[in-house]
Design a protein around this ligand. Structure first.
Ligand code: SF4
Length: 245
């Protein structure tokens, strides 16, 4: 089994509950959604013949490797980036769970080097099940119908229930188009699964025609979720401020 990568580099996690930690990012190619604010459009576009790999952590000095890669080859590449000085290995995209069969071969080889952190759109519960034994932290985005034009509440509910076996937090990007009905659905899903799951509300970074809410609304929405959930935070994207990858 071989995988297709978009890029590999070392940087600082810029979103969510683990903002600020140092990670190796394995960005996989392809996604099953089309969010209006997607900031990785080039990785969702599909296959790349060659992908850049940072040669020394933090140097932005890249060399190119050929797709697709075998699990053993990917292990060699990742070890060059020194997992031992990183908080975790982030599987990101695109949607990394589209390559669950490849990851089910790669992750057992990587095991024990540093924790494994999955960043996912939370719509592929069956693929998540295949990888669960190898994951440490799951960062699940709930993508809203107002940005995807597609409701997948049932898959998202199934996903949360499987992911609960691991350390899980949920993130939702708020835009000026987020509706009260969407907020109620998130509340219902999370309160039913476990009110202790942390929820991160992330103001959208304006892109294309997608706009932010008026700032006062974040407080109202945090208060709303606070009536049923125990840990609700508002955290914007920070890597954009720092101009990092
Ligand atoms: S799920 Fe993530 S990678 Fe896929 S389109 Fe949406 S923002 Fe982009």
């Amino acid at each position: 089994m071989k995988g297709t990568l978009h890029e590999i580099f070392s940087s600082i996690q810029g979103e969510g509950l683990y903002v600020g930690v140092r990670q190796i990012f394995l960005r996989f190619t392809g996604c099953n959604l089309h969010c209006s604010y997607c900031d990785t459009n080039d990785s969702t576009a599909g296959y790349r013949e060659k992908f850049p790999v940072e040669m020394d952590p933090g140097t932005s000095r890249f060399e190119y490797y050929r797709n697709p890669v075998a699990p053993e080859e990917l292990l060699k590449i990742v070890l060059q980036l020194k997992p031992e000085i990183h908080h975790s290995l982030s599987l990101t995209g695109g949607e990394p769970l589209l390559q669950a069969d490849f990851l089910a071969e790669f992750l057992p080889l990587f095991r024990g080097r540093c924790p494994v952190f999955l960043e996912t759109n939370g719509t592929l519960p069956k693929n998540l099940s295949k990888l669960l034994p190898y994951l440490d932290i799951i960062s699940m985005d709930i993508k809203l119908p107002s940005v995807t034009n597609y409701a997948c509440w049932h898959d998202q509910e199934e996903f949360i229930n499987i992911a609960l076996e691991k350390e899980l937090y949920v993130k939702v990007v708020l835009t000026e188009n987020t509706t009260q009905e969407e907020l109620e659905q998130i509340m219902k899903l999370m309160a039913k699964a476990d009110p202790g799951i942390p929820l991160v509300l992330q103001p959208v970074t304006p892109v294309n025609r997608v706009r932010e809410m008026i700032p006062g609304k974040y407080i109202q929405i945090q208060d709303y979720f606070g009536t049923a959930l125990k840990n609700v935070r508002v955290i914007p994207q920070t890597h954009k401020i720092l101009n990092l990858l």
